[in-house]
Ligand binder design. Structure first.
Ligand SMILES: [Zn+2]
Length: 121
């Protein structure tokens, strides 16, 4: 017997398998309203440089659309969960100590860099 729940679960597993594929462009992300230039100006240049390194090292994981933007996991000494708005880079959150103080951290910027790169691809 097929229940609504099992259909939902199948759908969820499908979505998760799509997300699991590295560099998959099959999930359409909302277009960000900011550019790399905006990111450079948004925060300390050191944080911008570190954020780019995080992205280049492939530490932005599971970038996915969220009901109001994007979500991703950023791997470092710990894994932090980032949520980000497509409108403004400073409308975001991160579970790291800086993020919890509502400061714009390198993880949020790294996810923003990933979003911009995904859209250019
Ligand atoms: Zn952070």
């Amino acid at each position: 017997m097929i229940t609504k729940t099992s259909i939902f679960k199948k759908h969820l597993i499908y979505i998760q398998s799509m997300i699991g594929k590295k560099k998959s462009n099959s999930i359409k992300l909302p277009t960000p309203q900011y550019t790399m230039e905006d990111l450079k100006k948004a925060d300390d240049p050191i944080i911008f440089t570190r954020a780019n390194a995080i992205f280049e090292e492939g530490r932005v994981d599971r970038l996915r659309p969220l009901y109001n933007g994007y979500a991703a996991s950023v791997r470092g000494t710990q894994t932090y969960e980032v949520e980000l708005s497509p409108r403004r880079v400073d409308e975001g959150s991160c579970t790291c100590p800086m993020g919890r103080e509502e400061k714009l951290c390198k993880h949020i910027i790294a996810v923003a860099v990933a979003v911009i790169n995904q859209n250019d691809a």
